[in-house]
Design a protein around this ligand. Structure first.
Ligand SMILES: NC(=O)c1ccc[n+]([C@@H]2O[C@H](COP(=O)([O-])OP(=O)(O)OC[C@H]3O[C@@H](n4cnc5c(N)ncnc54)[C@H](OP(=O)(O)O)[C@@H]3O)[C@@H](O)[C@H]2O)c1
Length: 280
């Protein structure tokens, strides 16, 4: 069989979107279904099929659950063209107050969860010399925002993993990209966890940081805009390594790269209403 390269338009016949029960994942699954793809989306709970999207059970924290889900997709559709690794959880908490177990939990869902699903689909994509993997990271990978340090770490780990994988499988006809959304109005905070406050020194900054995050998400963009970016990555002939989604997902990494660090620090502290002066 002649090897295809990722520099060819990919007609997405079969798509798997992890975490497709709400928010960005649900909007993405609906978009692919509207475009005529056969779409599988997942949830840890029971969800009825709707709008041409076939719902499957998946908990990315379990290797067994991942294997069952991918086997089911391949049994029903025979192949998988596009994997969107969207499932993820938010965790709010200052780093010193976050237990090892809570830190490990967010890494397990956001980073190792993506790794598990990706590794389950790669053998089929390698065999067909064809496929596209789109990992949903976050703007948080670029800015260690106060109050979401371990969430940011999980998405930063995902970014470097995605970059390495992209180079490793490119010659096999598999294109790997990262989509990093800024703030989108979804239920991600409601579904996430909040670390218990245990250190009074952080009371003021913690409250400011959490309020800033909640306000940003409340005013966030429509998740269909992030879905449109993911849809574009699936259909362009040569997808780039990284795409921002939302104005902040596009501009903040650029500004962070060009502005002096001192200006970035001041802007972040002001934006998060954190103390501007250190004690002398
Ligand atoms: N909203 C934002 O501003 C924003 C910004 C940057 C990045 N993101 C990223 O975008 C992705 C989608 O988030 P969202 O904002 O759309 O939030 P959301 O509405 O809470 O969606 C999260 C999805 O992930 C699924 N999920 C959670 N834990 C899972 C697990 N262990 N196994 C399998 N599925 C799991 C949920 O499904 P069930 O609960 O039904 O299992 C749900 O469908 C996440 O990776 C998030 O980090 C969001």
């Amino acid at each position: 069989m002649a090897a295809t390269t990722p520099a060819q338009p990919l007609v997405a016949r079969t798509v798997l979107v992890t975490g497709g029960s709400s928010g960005i994942g649900q909007a993405t699954a609906r978009l692919f279904a509207e475009r005529g793809a056969r779409v599988f989306a997942t949830s840890r709970g029971q969800h009825p099929d709707e709008g041409g999207v076939e719902m499957l059970r998946l908990d990315v924290r379990s290797a067994e659950s991942v294997r069952r889900c991918v086997d089911e997709v391949l049994a029903r559709a025979g192949q998988l063209d596009v994997l969107v690794n969207n499932a993820g959880v938010m965790q709010e908490g200052f780093v010193e107050e976050t237990s090892d177990a809570d830190a490990a939990a967010v890494m397990d869902a956001n980073f190792f969860g993506t790794v598990r699903v990706t590794h389950a689909v790669l053998p089929g994509m390698r065999e067909r010399r064809r496929g596209r993997i789109i990992n949903v990271g976050s703007l948080a990978a670029w800015v260690g925002e106060p109050g979401e340090g371990f969430y940011a770490a999980s998405k930063a780990a995902l970014a470097r993993y995605t970059e390495a994988l992209r180079h490793e499988v490119w010659h096999l006809g598999i294109a790997v990209s990262l989509v990093e959304p800024g703030a989108f109005a979804t239920g991600v905070l409601r579904a996430g966890s909040v670390t218990e406050a245990t250190i009074s020194d952080y009371d003021g900054p913690r409250e400011s940081a959490h309020r800033t995050l909640r306000d940003a998400l409340r005013r966030g963009a429509d998740p269909r805009k992030a879905a449109a970016v993911i849809g574009k990555v699936a259909s362009v002939s040569a997808p780039r390594a990284r795409y921002g989604a939302g104005w902040d997902g596009v501009w903040v990494p650029y500004l962070k790269a060009v502005l002096p660090q001192r200006v970035v620090d001041l802007a972040l502290r002001r934006g998060y209403h954190l103390p501007m002066r250190r004690p002398r």
